[in-house]
Design a protein around this ligand. Sequence first.
Ligand code: HEM
Length: 803
Amino acid sequence: MPKSKSPDSGRANPEANSAPRAAARNTDSGPSQVQPANDPAVLKAVHTGQLAEGMPFNANKAGEHGFDNGLAVQPGITVDAPSRLPTGSTLSEENHSDKTGSVAAEGINWAIESLDRVRVDSSGQVLTTNQGVPIADNQNSLKYGVRGPALLEDFILREKITHFDHERIPERIVHARGSGAHGFFECYDALTDITKAAPFKEAGKVTPVFVRFSTVQGERGSKDTARDVRGFAVKFYTDEGNWDLVGNNMPVFFIQDAMKFPDLVHAVKPEPHHQMPQAASAHDTFWDFVSLMPESTHMLMWAMSDRGIPRSYATMQGFGVHTFRMVNAEGDSVFVKFHWNPVHGTHSLVWDEAVKISGADPDYHRRDLWERIEAGAFPEWELGLQIFTEEQADGFSFDVLDPTKIVPEELVPVRPVGRMVLNRNPDNFFAETEQVAFCAAHIVPGLDFSNDPLLAGRIHSYVDTQISRLGGPNFHEIPINSPLAPVHNNQRDGMHRQAIHRGRVNYEPNSLAGGCPFQAGAAQGFVSVPARIQAKEEQGKVRAKPEKFADHYTQATLFFESQSPVEQAHIAAAFRFELSKVTVPAIRERMVASLRNASESLAAQVAEGLGMAALPAPMPRALDNPPKPEVSRSPPLSLLARPGDGSIKGRKVALLVADGVNGQSAVDVHAMLFAQGAVPRFVAPRIGPVKTADGVAIDADASLENEPGFLFDALVLPDGDEGVRTLSLDGHTMEFIKDQYRHCKTILVLPASVTLLEAAGASATLPSGEADPGVVQGGDVATFIAAMARHRHPERETDPPRV
Ligand code: HEM
């Protein structure tokens, strides 16, 4: 039953003069003096007057002027209210019910807090409509007679269908395809000398995070293994507000100015006339654009390298890309670049593998992330910072505001400052991963932007796009987006508003709410770093780039020269593949002409691969004599420098079995791999029980048909002559082994399977004549595990492949 106060409660003295009480009930005008009376409405008027009197003028006004005041912003002026009456919306707020609840708790916004407030578990519950009406029959629509027409009055059917009709929202303009997970960031040591940002305030401090990984080009349902940049967006729910580090798995970008972003995205997306190709950059418009934008050359090197086809989200680096700032409590700021380094190593696919996976399992990365977390093999990264001063930056041969440039680690080392672990899958993909809204503008006190012109455009773009994607300006109230930090401001209304604000004050300054919510001031609130630009006469309003931005090739060369020979070969092959899909010869030639400025040898390989009779002349450069770079080789840019912790956690291993194999040896290897955190699977001609020669029970949980060889990181070929003979008669087995071998995976060959290896045309000897370290014969599981930790054995590779 609703509990309500009687209408007369509070009217303690009905005999008293009724004039003040009547006056206090007016919602317009009022008496010149409110006479005190023991009546809530009068008391509210009296207390409101006292509250307003407490602020005779805006004492902060004078301090709003001048540069120095701008750096030392004062907190807002506040006055304590004599009671809660003047700040309430209504005298009736104490009339509570199960629905209204009670009076708003002082200073609390219940629209935030943990996701528990919106979790739903229907165990043991009956089915209801969205209005909570129990549904008796969820199988049949309401009809006039069993064979009669359906009736319009069937509000249950109409509610269900109407909701279904509107289940989709617009997909993201870019990064539409993605997967996410919850976790935490833990700071190693306090970084208060550098930043006052909340996650870095003390050693061991833990901040919850939600991370979304994505591809850029493809639509929401596109394949995971496209050659593409991967988004790596981290939302830190800090106790001083949300910080979104919206990065990528490559540390540079294609363009230098936000003005070109729509052009870039239009060029790379499916061509507008026939909407092809899906999730692929290998087409005319992309290469037309980038070959006319030489500043993209460095990024193209990364995108054409194996970084463009990661093995998994868990084995990819992440970068903030732009130069940011960190600011300490004294207001001193430094420049910073953010790096995420995966603890399990940085590993990639090879192209042939990526193409095949996209057919067999378009959800390859999504599945990998989900399965790792469900299995407790939690993906983990170390956060590293490159910290440098503005003076240091001024001395660099490149401009740190240019997002097509890295700061080589030889110049500024990466300092590990914390770790991030993803340990919880979302409960609901749409509510969490699809509705999460990252925004490059979301930073917290202790962080700030640099003047990178690409970053400036991003600061605008994300909120703007989310207003249409998420249906209005209140997307910050969607539970996955709401911060854990308190939210109090005067923003009101808009589509889908959730918060119900108490009181009539929705502006600042005010005296009617005692000045609340009041500005935090410089000591607590966000203050932009003044970031003075050295005054030069020519620095008026202008549309132009800084001079050093014109060096388009030095760091493209640095990247290419820092790769191992096999990585260089993959880059050349990727350019060859992509440009071979371009139908216009002039575009191919233009691109090769540009590549000549980055690497003659790369350009020559690509030209040869494209059947060009002669190399085109090098493309004229925007800057003929760029400053001499500080480093010409940077080994950490090679994947070989990033093997990770040497574990095989999360690696998928196929153990081929068939009727007649030796069961015990297969089961033993399975157990040893499982103990190391790998994911071994028995793969047989069909799923179900396998009749092993020694009677050991094996139940195949995958078949050669439903889980082809390229889906696995490593392979175990069985013992037992009869089983090996059965397998050798199945063409799927041969394809399975060939793919594993061609993709340079580690293969354990138990004794009877030597013939199987030979039948597939795979050799235990490298092209160099040495023994292949990735083909382990004779059942040495420890050697197999150590070899698998290398991920791949590229020494085996030839172009074209031998098998
Ligand atoms: C001016 C340049 C850029 C503009 C205008 C821009 C714009 C956008 C837009 C509109 C979205 C979709 C957001 C949504 O609907 O939720 C998006 C997503 C994203 N962007 Fe950018 N972007 C730019 C450059 C970059 C750069 C340089 C990076 C990497 C450092 C980046 C990383 C991301 C990521 C990771 C996402 C996906 C976020 C998610 O998982 O929801 N963007 N961008």
